[in-house]
Design a protein around this ligand. Sequence first.
Ligand code: IDP
Ligand code: MG
Length: 155
Amino acid sequence: MAIQQTLILIKPDGLKRRLTGLSIDRLDASGLEMVAARVVSVSDALAREHYKSLSDKPFFANLIRYIRGEFHGFKDSRVLALVYRGEDAIKRVRAIAGATNPEQAEPGTLRGSFGRITTEGQFENVIHASSDPADAEREVALWFKPEEILAAPQG
Ligand code: IDP
Ligand code: MG
């Protein structure tokens, strides 16, 4: 199995509800390594670029508002962006996160335990995790400069 890097975002609901430490605890317990971390103010352009494959979805406009913190009272929007590295990291972090729809996510996953669907139908699911190697590469490069990521061990 390949060594992979994957992008994680603790979304505004995760920050607002003080789930940052708990989320990192789960990620660390997996044995994967944190190799980058940054609190990021999410511009409209960054949000749209991150979610560009979903731009034709009916929930896209509210998804942009959500990731920019508009539903969680952040005047200056923010998320915690992380990169974790290790064997099969992408799938393993997805398993910690749980299914996209918090009502379908397994109990014990971050989304299953702490996600919710608002009365307006917004999925508030605490955490983003890259879904496949192509997405992971694109997303890590979107949120981090190369020099902000701990270099992989040589040899
Ligand atoms: P993922 O985050 O599990 O990879 P995606 O399909 O890539 O799921 O969707 C990105 C984000 O868009 C989700 O995490 C969720 O916040 C939101 N989203 C996805 N599907 C729906 C939906 O049907 N209604 C409302 N929000 C959704
Ligand atoms: Mg996705």
